[in-house]
Design a protein around this ligand. Structure first.
Ligand code: FMN
Length: 268
């Protein structure tokens, strides 16, 4: 098999795993994978503005479970990796060498957080190549402050995403994606017509709706209670990605970036 075929197969086999065996990951494997992942991931300016905190202690994982909205896989999986945008270490280095303060602005926050995200994805694929399962925890953004404090992150260091990692105890089917015509553009952005939107979203509207409603009568009852009749309505309803809550989370993140020194190079 060529390297390209092997990589295509690895990507094809990706599934977010939400049920895990009660089995530890052998010592050394995760550190090795993380080290390889950093070496194998581009890094803006090669500054490596990232830190990863490993949580394996069951009591500490129990606290993370609460912070991640009690998503069960945080308790089940033996390991949680929290990927952090980290300019603390670099700023300490600059100060120690009497260099000008830098990396204290919104662009640098982006740089650090993108570096952390792309490292997370390389690590995810690498962990999957060992047969491990992973699931991202978007809840890291919702509880950024509490997670930062729990992990004792210094100023200029904030969590941007987390992965739960462990041996899969489920084999879910592959999830759909939008078709290439919806998002790959030749030379210029191809604005979708209403008919294109209908076509591009058709499969997920059917499959997504079926998937949520097949979760049991409780979900169907909640859809009815909130007057939800389509997948689109579900996504921005109070019971999924509620825009009102997202505004609150966004304000909180902005305040935190300011408070933790990511925006000191900016106006107020
Ligand atoms: C940044 C990010 C955050 C996510 N957060 C969660 C989460 O909090 N809980 C969860 O169950 N899945 C989470 N996921 C997984 C997505 O739901 C999943 O990738 C998507 O439904 C597609 O399924 P697949 O990964 O199995 O292909 C997240 C994925 C990403 C990329």
């Amino acid at each position: 098999m060529t390297q390209a075929d092997a990589f295509a197969q690895l990507m094809q086999s990706h599934r977010s795993i939400r049920e895990y065996e009660d089995r530890p990951i052998e010592a050394g494997l995760v550190d090795r994978v993380l080290e390889q992942a950093l070496a194998g991931t581009s890094s803006s300016g090669n500054l490596n503005l990232v830190s990863v905190v490993k949580t394996q202690d069951p009591a500490r994982k129990a606290t993370l479970h609460e912070l991640h909205g009690r998503q069960p896989m945080v308790l089940q999986a033996p390991l949680v990796l929290t990927f952090c945008a980290d300019s603390f270490r670099t700023r300490e280095w600059l100060a120690q060498r009497q260099a000008r303060l830098g990396f204290a602005d919104f662009v640098s926050w982006h740089t650090a957080s993108f570096d952390a995200m792309i490292l997370a994805q390389t690590a995810a694929l690498a962990l999957e190549s060992h047969g491990l399962g992973i699931c991202y925890m978007g809840t890291t953004l919702f509880r950024m402050r509490a997670i930062a404090d729990f992990l004792e992150l210094p100023a200029n260091c904030l969590p941007v995403t987390s992965l739960v990692v462990g041996w899969p105890a489920e084999a879910p089917s592959q999830r759909d994606r939008l078709p290439p015509a919806a998002w790959i553009h030749e030379e210029r952005y191809q604005r979708p017509t209403p008919a294109d939107i209908d076509t591009h979203f058709a499969e997920r509207e059917t499959r997504g709706r079926e998937r949520y409603l097949s979760m049991g009568p409780e979900m169907a009852a909640r859809w009815a209670e909130h007057g939800i009749t389509s997948l689109a309505q579900y996504y921005t309803s109070k019971i999924k990605y509620d825009p009102d809550r997202f505004v609150g989370f966004s304000d909180e993140i902005e305040a935190l970036l300011r408070e933790r020194g990511f925006l000191v190079g900016m106006g107020s």
